[in-house]
Design a protein. Sequence first.
Length: 224
Amino acid sequence: MQVWMKLFAKSPFKPLIKHAEVTLQTVETLEKALQAWRDGKYEEMEKLAVEVDNLEDVADRIKEEIRDSLSSKLMMAVAREDVLIYLHMQDKVADAAEDTAKWLLVKRPTSVPEEIKDVILRMGTESIKSAKLVYEAIVQMDRVVESGFSDSEIKKEYEIIKEIEGVESKIDGLDTELMQLVFENADKMNWSEGFYILNIARTLSNISDKAKDAAERIRLMMNK
């Protein structure tokens, strides 16, 4: 716990960056799992999906340690409540990645058309991009604070937030495309595979949704 206290003494965002690093590892591992799934390398995918679950557990432990260490007596550039809310939102990105990994483990698809797999992989790439941008955003927020909220550093932060919002919009379009493909190929898949695919898509969309929520919290902190 002393480690976190020392980090908070430097900046309220240093501990959040540590948590973001593990969150980033979680989504990057999911990206590898999705690629293995797309290529039909199911044993490799299963190992990677289990690793995603393990990394999410690590992120959870770090979150709890940070919460326990964040004393109300600490003087910080932003409110303690804002730090805790942001931490919760950032952790939801890792949770969504874990949810996707669990759905990948449900079954090995036998009749999912290649075009559907391709859209899922594109959704995964975009969703994971949003999570990577969240990492960049919290690192940049640390720079904003260290600069005394300089206009140039704030501008860079807003550019990252705008990118996150753009990714979330792309995901919405891919989600619609996927649903159309699932219905168009209903005769080629059994109901369980359609259900399976739509839930993978839902959890992938959640990654970008939670990333956008985290970005919005950063925006609010800067506005304060």
